[in-house]
Design a protein around this ligand. Structure first.
Ligand code: EPU
Length: 419
């Protein structure tokens, strides 16, 4: 297995651009199932999860072509299989995103039931309940979800709990339903707005994305289009934290700061100087010690769970004690044991992490457990004394494009060790 070897101590300085957002791209790739015409997607990040999504579409019979500009043309007009097999779903839970499009377009889908994962049990009951309310018949058999519907019928649906991919799945399904669907208690993440924009370009009639209620007027068919994936707000947030923990000075281009407001507020609270333009964020950290910041994760527009692990590294170096409450996933503190091996002083009490700042961190051999947890280990390695070796970095390759290249460009010293 490949590893990353990080020599800590460098202050990150310079300018980088954001890659396309994984969590915006995945539902868009799934949405191509809704159209008989070719869809061109640009600015897709080169990530394992994107490859897995293409593998899934390919296994169903989609044609995927890549041109010299790295634009993907996706043709799903000839799907032979309407099945997401366990081998793929177990490596990427977001495979569930093909459920809504398949049932809406082809009247059938068979999707392996995603199991639990490192960050929690992560059921898909909200997706299934909502799809049933659109008229689908759903059975669970031999570890698979089997869904069918002659034609989905628009409905008024209130989600039992807020779910990002659940909102996306049902928004996609409702595009081809008969009549109007209203969705309430929906996720308001920027990726929901991105998906609605993309679907509307394909001919859907969606309004209200980003607010508490989304209305989808069903249409007969969706068309081909060309679309560019927006920037990854979590990637941007992660690099801002990298600069903050190394007393650095960076500018990130191509990112709309409104997507990161709570994260920027918290960075400012730590003592960082943050400046924004319409599509860039600059951060300077020139304090000896960051101030500790309390954080409670919650659905957008609150502080994102996907930035929680990274902030535990700032807090670990801070001048005092802080608390992080994780309210979205039940088991998202797997990084803490590894960070403590690098000298952090973090105690877990249920969904609360109590972090007492320490003078400095030291390098160690550590193990990544999930995507954002691995990001926090790299951040800790960047500011630690000595060398840190991060194992199981396939987690990081799922969601950060060319991470060591980008960090090295900013002055870090990271080598990818072959397996
Ligand atoms: N939940 C249910 N039932 C459901 C769906 C969700 O109980 O049917 C629970 C989950 O177990 C969790 C909470 O609701 O406790 C929120 O889960 P949500 O469905 O919103 O998460 P998701 O859609 O599976 C997406 C991102 C995650 C991100 C979360 C929260 C994608 C592909 N994934 O997951 O991203 O953490 O929303 O913002 O968009 C990551 O990129 O590292 C990542 C994990």
């Amino acid at each position: 297995m490949e590893k990353l070897l990080i020599k800590g101590g460098a202050s990150l300085k310079g300018e980088i651009s954001c890659s396309g957002a994984k969590n915006a791209a995945l539902p868009m790739i799934a949405a191509t199932i809704l159209s008989d015409e070719d869809i061109i997607l640009k600015n897709l990040p080169y990530l394992q999860d994107i490859t897995t999504m293409f593998e899934l579409l390919g296994s169903m019979g989609a044609d995927i072509l890549l041109n010299e500009n790295m634009d993907f043309t996706i043709a799903t007009n000839n799907l032979k299989e309407k099945e997401a097999r366990y081998e793929l779903v177990k490596t990427m839970r977001a495979s569930i995103l093909v459920l809504g499009p398949l049932v809406a377009k082809y009247g059938e889908a068979k999707i392996a039931l995603p199991g639990g994962c490192a960050i929690g049990s992560r059921p898909v009951n909200y997706h299934l309940d909502a799809l049933e309310q659109l008229g689908a018949t759903i059975t669970l058999k031999n570890g698979y979800i089997e869904a069918s519907a002659k034609k989905l019928i628009g409905s008024k649906i209130k989600f039992d709990g807020i779910t990002v991919t659940g909102t996306e799945n049902i928004m996609m399904a409702a595009c081809l339903a008969e009549g109007t669907t209203t969705l309430t208690n929906v996720a308001k993440e920027p990726e929901i707005i991105d998906l609605a924009e993309f679907l509307n370009k394909m001919g859907a009639k969606i309004s209200g994305a980003g607010s508490d209620q989304i209305t989808i007027e069903g249409v007969e068919r969706l068309y081909g289009t060309e679309h560019s994936i927006p920037a990854d707000r979590i990637e941007a947030g992660t690099y801002l934290v990298a600069a903050a923990v190394t007393n650095g000075e960076i500018k990130i281009n191509g990112i709309n700061p409104n997507r990161l407001i709570k994260v920027l507020d918290k960075l400012i609270e730590t003592g960082a100087k943050v400046e924004t333009s319409e599509d860039s964020i600059s951060l300077i950290m020139n304090k000896d010690k960051p101030k500790p910041v309390d954080i409670t994760t919650a659905p957008f527009p609150e502080f994102p769970t996907d930035m929680q692990a990274q902030f535990s590294v700032i807090n670990a170096l801070a001048n005092g004690v802080s608390n992080i409450y994780e309210t979205v996933f039940e088991n998202r503190f797997m990084h803490v044991q590894e960070l403590n091996r690098m000298g952090c002083n973090i105690q877990i009490n249920g969904n609360q992490a109590i972090i007492e700042g320490v003078d400095s961190l030291y390098g160690a051999e550590v193990m990544a457990t999930d995507l954002r947890a691995s990001a926090s280990l790299i951040l800790a390695g960047l500011c630690a004394k000595g060398e840190t070796k991060v194992d199981r970095i396939y987690h990081i390759d799922r969601g950060y494009e060319r991470i060591e290249e980008k960090l090295n460009y900013l002055g870090a010293n990271i080598i990818r060790l072959p397996s």
